[in-house]
Ligand binder design. Structure first.
Ligand SMILES: Cc1ncc(COP(=O)(O)O)c(C=O)c1O
Length: 445
């Protein structure tokens, strides 16, 4: 590798061919920001600058970067056996990982279906929900309910139940039979709530209204992020998730929590399920599952769901669904090593212990220029900025660029700065993240 970070110096800095996801390709390729190394709390740029990671990559490197234990497990597995199918065959690591995972989940969320991403986890959970009702003779329950401002990845199912206009508008009718409840974000009533806002539990009753509109006999499942991450850290109002659970129970609707971001310690507990004490029927995960080292997702299902397929299908394959790489050996061992690190270093407890310091540091920005709301839970935070008149999102994007130039990685979504550091973060890092944002906000118009 040369000092530009590229392995093939005969085409130095050629950025053309890679069509970058969710990126302003024209802007990036004019002024690229490349990362070429990562260790613990920092990225490194090709010119040797260290960037403090305030976002755990993309909400995913919860144990920090460059963790040797995970790298060694991947290498050992690659040497031993690179790949084995999990269709009518198996290999030990996938079973071991599933067993280790269900030790972390509360209640009877004790069966795991492996995928390769959060998007695949969302679509898998939606398909399992449809199949669950079908095998029980309730095949009319096909409607899927999502929520405005929800993000469940970019496959067709997740896009359909998702609630982000830009992600939907290019793609026609998406899948049919989907409806949405309102999001819970209300800045007039809930701005500057520390933790869960007091107002808004009643918004869960939107689900009851949809039952009255469509009839419960047509509704299969409702899916929500316990804390909506991608649309700017929207913390659920007190009592909201429990109310959703009650409505689902009343009408035999499966409740799915998308914990792709909130899983694996982000909220100071293994899952949001534990943090909020509300048990859904399925939990979708990815990201922190393998510390993002090898792509993998997992859907946790309550025993009644798994049992329904086994009890109500003729002998043979019970669920016609799966991926070539479901339970891939390299991902499975990476996941096991990741769980070891989480446990050995007490990272979920660490996130809980640091969340007060995190909150206070965030709150130091109250009253700063442009800041119209601050939100936080566990080691997540959202800083909502007033949009620049006539140029929505520009102010946040400029803040992102300026923070990067100052050596701190933040993430922006719309006019919101979203933060989610690796759980190994220290108080001095927290200070630096918020000091840098505060300093940059003073200079951004
Ligand atoms: C809640 C949620 N669900 C699903 C996804 C999609 O995950 P992936 O990008 O791995 O497909 C994301 C990604 O950010 C997410 O935040």
């Amino acid at each position: 590798m040369d000092d530009t970070g590229f392995n093939y110096p005969d085409r130095p800095n050629d950025l053309e061919s890679f069509w970058m996801p969710f990126t302003t390709n024209r802007g990036f390729k004019r002024a690229p920001r490349l990362l070429s190394g990562a260790r613990n709390m920092h990225y490194e740029t090709p010119d040797g600058r260290k960037i403090l990671d305030g976002t755990a990559g993309l909400w995913c490197c919860n144990a920090g970067h460059g963790r040797k234990k995970i790298a060694e497990a991947i290498k050992a597995q690659a040497d031993r056996m690179d790949f084995a199918p999990t269709f009518q065959l198996g290999h030990p690591a996938a079973f071991e990982f599933a067993n280790r995972l269900v030790d972390l989940t509360p209640g009877d969320l004790d069966h795991v279906f492996f995928t390769n991403s959060g998007s695949e986890s969302a679509d898998t959970a939606l398909k399992i929900a449809l199949g669950y009702h079908y095998v029980r003779g309730k095949g009319s329950k096909t409607r899927l309910i999502g929520r405005e401002r929800g993000y469940h990845g970019t496959n067709f199912g997740g896009t359909s139940v998702g609630g982000i206009v830009k992600n939907r508008q290019f793609y026609g009718g998406l899948i049919s039979g989907v409806d949405h409840i309102r999001h819970t974000h209300d800045i007039e009533r809930n701005a500057f709530s520390r933790g869960q806002p007091a107002w808004g539990a009643h918004l869960a009753d939107d689900l009851e209204r949809l039952v009255q509109l469509h009839d419960a006999s047509t509704i299969a499942a409702a899916i929500v992020e316990p804390v909506a991450g991608s649309t700017g850290v929207l913390v659920p109002p007190q009592g909201y998730l429990r109310r959703l659970r009650e409505i689902c129970d009343r009408h035999d609707i499966l409740l799915i929590f998308d914990e792709v971001i909130t899983g694996f310690g982000r909220l100071g507990a293994s899952f949001a399920v534990e943090r909020f004490g509300v048990e859904p029927d399925m939990v979708t995960t990815a990201k922190g599952l393998t510390n993002a080292t090898v792509p993998m997702g997992a859907v946790f299902c309550r025993r009644k769901i798994y049992d329904a397929f086994l009890e109500n299908t003729a002998s043979g394959v019970e669920l016609f669904h799966g991926y070539t790489y479901s339970g891939h050996p390299l991902a499975a061992v990476a996941g096991i090593a990741t769980l070891d690190l989480y446990r050995e270093e007490g990272l979920f407890e660490r996130a809980a212990a640091l969340s007060g310091y995190w909150e206070d540091a965030l709150w130091s920005l109250r009253g700063d220029r442009h800041v119209v709301d601050l939100r936080n839970l566990g080691l997540m935070a959202g800083i909502e900025l007033e949009p620049r008149p006539g140029a929505p999102t520009a102010r946040a994007m400029e803040t992102f660029h300026r923070c990067f130039d100052e050596g701190v990685l933040v993430r922006v979504t719309g006019d919101i700065i979203a933060l989610s550091p690796p759980l190994i973060v220290e108080e001095s890092h927290i200070d630096r993240i918020f000091d840098t944002i505060g300093k940059v906000l003073k200079t951004v118009d």
